[in-house]
Design a protein around this ligand. Structure first.
Ligand code: 7SA
Ligand code: CA
Length: 523
């Protein structure tokens, strides 16, 4: 029997067009901390060319703990436009040619900035805009009438149109695909590109991005900007009824790139602090957390220093901004920090401290996160390779478990508290049982105890058990980190007010999680 070797089997599969499952997720090993290296008005920076600013700041950016910098589009953009509510042009998103001299600076200045950042061990990630280009110019790289533009034919676009689609290119066309493939390799070989941010990915196929990345560098970092809510998909499209997370994961599965966590952005904008857990980066499945690039604002959604204060399409209100940075920097996903928040609006010290705590804990994109919903606000524990970080945002976590001690960071009048603790062990489900409770109408039996999961002995934050009438037993499985010495008691409590309690008599029940997986208290 002739055995076919694994590599040749994989090649055969790949050639057959079958997507080989082992395509790597291109998330930089999950250890990237990204700085958006520009804002909406950077191309109009009054004092010095933007590339010169980046060269001057490269060392500080590295010292501040960033591992990668998202550059603006590197291509020449001579556009000027006006709409009823705004005007602009030259930012790079309506580019004219692959020429690197632009409003951000000259080709030489770009090279200087790229090498200064690389010397500071900061990966250069260019913003790529393949969906469209300035169709207004007489000069155009792509001739008309050859199916290279969306409007050349009815099937001449593999995605959405930008505005009315007059400027859309047909990325499925081999000449168009090849032109970008060549330019991405040029950016890698001559402009220090170590990663790519793909603009407006709703405008072309995720598989096209995957093929460009295979040419650019199959393991290099890439991020897709998929800003498209469920209601923007046509009625018949499954994503119209799916969640923001589902559509983002679908795109990442087909491109093998990370994706900006617009699911978290939407919850930050429209949900309470407790609902921030529903971001892609809080998903119970690590494969979903690993693809999330979390952010508070960017050059579209947020304000920018300078004219019109930028675009501010979807800005996070000021009072939540510090808490949002505390959350994305001490939770899973790949955090992205918006330039003005770091270097223009005095938030830099807080962000610097948070980055240090994240790195000391060894938190990665797919790290485990546990939410503690029995508290108001956002209380969660993220466990990295070295430590666990407990975060409490605007919460009523007042009685602290001994294990927590003093916060490693407190800010915003204690609205932000972060503790650094020894890395907790993996979780195990412990059966909590309470017997012989003679409950009055409306009363419920709770478990309250020493650890944060059990409310740190505060009945208000105890865990409600469920009644099993046959055995007159109240019970619940509670996930706890293994190897923790736990003390606890059964209590009788009304739902509201949460303080009317009757305690289980006698000494506390105590056990070590993992050695015991069942524990019992009796009234
Ligand atoms: O409204 C915000 C959110 O509120 C929430 O409550 C909503 C959200 O759904 C809701 O829950 O988000 C909605 O609105 C977002 C912002 O418009 C949408 C999002 O999908 C939607 O859900 O995001 C879209 O728009 C962003 C700007 C894009 C997103 O990918 C896209 O999904 N961001 C990236 C894309 C571009 C374009 O490359 C950049 O746009 C962004 O910086 C980048 O991050 O000759 C051709 C031609 C004609 O075709 C046009 O008809 C004509 O008007 C030219 C003219 N076009 C001009 C535009 O009108 C003008 O606005 C063009 C030449 O210049 C401008 O376009 C700018 C754009 O304004 C600017 O944001 C573009 C090119 O310079 O550069 C930037
Ligand atoms: Ca398109």
């Amino acid at each position: 029997m002739k055995w076919i070797s694994l590599p040749s089997l994989l090649i055969a599969l790949a050639l057959s067009g079958v997507t080989v499952a082992n395509e790597p997720l291109r998330n930089g090993g999950g250890e990237e901390i990204l700085l958006q290296g520009f804002h909406w008005n950077s191309s109009r920076n009054p004092t010095e060319k933007w590339y010169a600013v980046l060269t001057r700041m490269a060392g500080q950016i590295g010292n501040d703990g960033f591992t990668a910098l998202w550059m603006p589009p590197p291509w020449n953009d001579v556009s000027q436009w006006q709409t009823t509510s705004a005007e602009g042009g030259g930012e790079g998103y309506f580019w004219h040619s692959f020429d690197k001299s632009s409003h951000y600076g000259s080709d030489a200045q770009l090279q200087q900035a790229a090498s200064a950042l690389s010397q500071a061990s900061v990966k250069v990630v260019y913003d790529i805009v393949p969906n469209h280009m300035n169709d207004k110019d007489v000069y155009s790289q792509f001739p008309r009438g050859r199916n290279e533009w969306r409007h050349d034919c009815t099937q001449c676009d593999e995605g959405d149109a930008f505005m009315d689609g007059a400027a859309d290119l047909n990325t499925a066309n081999t000449a168009v695909f090849a032109a970008f493939e060549k330019e991405l390799i040029n950016l890698r070989d001559h402009y220090g590109a170590k990663g790519l941010r793909f603009d407006f990915v709703r405008g072309y196929a995720a598989e096209t991005v995957d093929r460009w990345m295979q040419a650019f560098g199959n393991n290099q970092f890439c991020i897709g900007e998929m800003w498209k809510g469920p209601n923007e998909y046509p009625e018949g499209d499954w994503r119209h009824k799916a969640s923001w997370q589902d559509a983002l994961k679908d795109w990442s599965d087909r491109s093998h790139c990370t994706v900006f966590d617009f699911a978290l952005k939407e919850r930050m904008q429209n949900g309470s602090l407790a609902e921030w857990r529903h971001g892609l980066n809080g998903n119970p499945d690590p494969a979903w957390r690993a693809i999330a690039v979390t952010f508070v604002d960017n050059h579209d959604t947020g304000y920018s220093p300078g004219p019109n204060q930028g675009q501010h399409h979807w800005p996070l209100p000021e009072e939540r901004r510090n808490q949002a940075y505390a959350y994305i920097l001490s939770s899973p996903g790949t955090p992205a920090v918006y330039w003005p928040d770091m270097y223009d609006w005095q938030r830099g010290d807080l962000i610097r401290q948070l980055i240090r705590l994240r790195k000391e804990a060894g938190i990665k994109a797919d790290s485990q996160i546990r939410f503690h919903p029995q508290y108001y606000g956002m209380v969660a524990t993220t466990t990295g390779t070295l430590k666990s970080l407990v975060i409490a945002l605007d919460s009523d976590l007042t009685k602290l478990p001994q294990s927590l001690g003093q916060p490693a960071l407190a800010a915003d009048g204690d609205k932000i508290r972060v503790w650094s603790t020894p890395a907790e062990q993996s979780l195990i489900g412990v059966h909590f049982n309470c017997d012989y409770a003679d409950t009055r109408f409306g009363q419920t039996v709770y478990a309250v105890g020493s650890s944060i999961e059990l409310g740190a002995w505060d009945p208000r934050h105890a865990v409600a058990l469920t009644h099993n009438p046959q055995e007159n037993r109240w019970t619940r499985v509670i996930d706890l980190p293994a190897k923790q010495v736990i003390e606890w008691k059964c209590i009788l409590r009304n739902k509201e007010p949460p303080d009317a309690v009757r305690w289980q008599p006698g000494p506390n029940v105590s056990f070590t999680s993992g050695e015991a997986s069942v524990t019992r208290g009796t009234f």
